[in-house]
Design a protein around this ligand. Structure first.
Ligand SMILES: [Zn+2]
Length: 162
């Protein structure tokens, strides 16, 4: 399932990307434009705006009640019965939604601290923004937050190690 988050839901969009879902984030545009974009890209629309329920949209509109991103994430997962594949976790750039790819550590050397290169098995890079990802402290914190937000039965396998 693919998603489009409206301009109120930037953090939710990042969380969904980390879970592996193709999720675009839209700066403010008019409702008809937003719906047209969602239909063209075949994305379920996630919003906090109840007015959007006045429209119909072939790929679904989900209005989220809570303003906290992790609670919104729980709402999305439960409402749509999403199943999360542990294999797909942390494969997508949380900033721009592109799938990241493992990099040759020798080539990444100029951009990354030697300590990280020495201690990390896999370093991934976003082909769009060039950001590097590895299983550092940010990763561990995210895993802990996601574990609280995601119901156990929504995960298709065991959680990855921290
Ligand atoms: Zn990126």
């Amino acid at each position: 399932m693919r998603f489009i988050c409206d301009d109120n839901l930037g953090k939710l969009a990042r969380c969904l990307r980390i879970l592996g879902f193709d999720t675009s984030f839209q700066e403010p545009i008019s409702d008809p434009e937003l719906l047209r974009l969602a239909a063209t890209e075949k994305r379920c629309l996630l919003t906090r705006d109840h007015h959007l329920l006045d429209y119909t949209h072939p790929y679904g509109i989900l209005v989220l009640e809570d303003d906290k991103p992790l609670t919104q994430l729980t709402e999305v997962i439960k409402s749509l019965n999403l199943i999360i594949e542990p294999m797909l976790l942390f494969q997508r750039c949380s900033r721009c939604n592109e799938i990241t790819a493992p990099v040759d550590k020798a080539q990444a050397g100029n951009h990354i601290f030697p300590y990280i290169l020495k201690t990390q098995d896999v370093i991934r890079k976003c082909p769009s923004c060039g950001r590097h990802y590895w299983k550092g402290t940010h990763y561990k914190r995210m895993i802990r937050e996601l574990r609280q937000a995601i119901p156990d039965n929504a995960l298709a396998g065991p959680w990855p190690e921290e």
